[in-house]
Design a protein around this ligand. Structure first.
Ligand code: MN
Length: 244
């Protein structure tokens, strides 16, 4: 199967062993048979910095990815809002090529724009302000200068706050903004679009300035897994594990 596979929003963590097992099965199965695997963000529930590779769980995930890359599947990764601190040490340990988003890839002849997707949720003003702050070099340097144990504690606190805030936000605010999608497609020559983040698995067809574009949204790996497989014929969503 010469194809590119896309996943996102796995939110891997030691307290969700079933999903971790699903993912390692995926790496040994369809991923190993593919030409390329793209992880479009939120591989981890959170990432406190590359020194978190000292954690045995994190190291085991990096090793599983490295094993895939060693078997000839090209591996690419875009950082998500949960794991935006993934850096060069993780890239070395996992064999993944870190891509800056949005990344325009040629997938079997079709220009395809890849991103995590949180930047498209432009109606969520509070979140975008937060994102802008934590993605600055200054915030990053200050944060990473703190001991790992403190960083983990701060992230745990942030996650609790963000979960509480999400309860108060409308579903519409947390979805992508149509104008932001159109602007992105226009800026990149009306490619096919693949992203995650919203966990709203779907294929959308839209028309931008008279150009028909596809927008594929990847699903999360909470109840089970799924991935998008693209080749010269197009893309299709597959559930993982496959239905019996
Ligand atoms: Mn996300």
């Amino acid at each position: 199967m010469p194809a590119a596979l896309f996943v996102s929003d796995l939110h891997l963590c030691p307290t969700r062993p079933t999903v971790v097992r699903l993912f390692t099965d995926f790496l040994a199965g369809p991923a190993a048979a593919a030409d390329a695997v793209y992880i479009l963000g939120d591989l981890f529930e959170y990432w406190a910095g590359d020194d978190d590779l000292s954690d045995s769980f994190n190291a085991s995930i990096a090793a599983a990815l490295k094993n895939l890359a060693g078997r000839g599947t090209r591996l690419f990764l875009i950082r998500g809002n949960r794991d935006f601190l993934l850096g060069p040490d993780f890239a070395r340990a996992s064999g993944a090529n870190l891509l800056e988003e949005p990344h325009l890839a040629d997938i079997c002849g079709t220009p395809t724009l890849l991103l995590h997707g949180d930047t498209l949720c432009s109606d969520d003003i509070d979140y975008q302000r937060f994102r802008h702050e934590v993605r600055s070099q200054g915030w990053r340097d200050d944060f990473l200068a703190q001991p790992l144990i403190e960083r983990r504690a701060q992230i745990e606190a942030l996650r609790r706050r963000s979960e509480a805030e999400k309860q108060l936000k409308s579903a519409a605010i947390m979805d992508v903004n149509d104008a932001a999608v159109a602007e992105l497609l226009r800026a990149h020559g009306y490619p096919r679009l693949i992203h995650g983040h919203t966990h709203r698995l779907a294929r959308h067809e839209l028309s931008v300035d008279g150009h028909r574009c596809e927008r594929w949204v990847l699903g999360d790996w909470y109840a089970g897994g799924s991935f998008l497989a693209c080749d010269g014929q197009g893309c299709r969503t597959l559930v993982w594990p496959p239905a019996a």
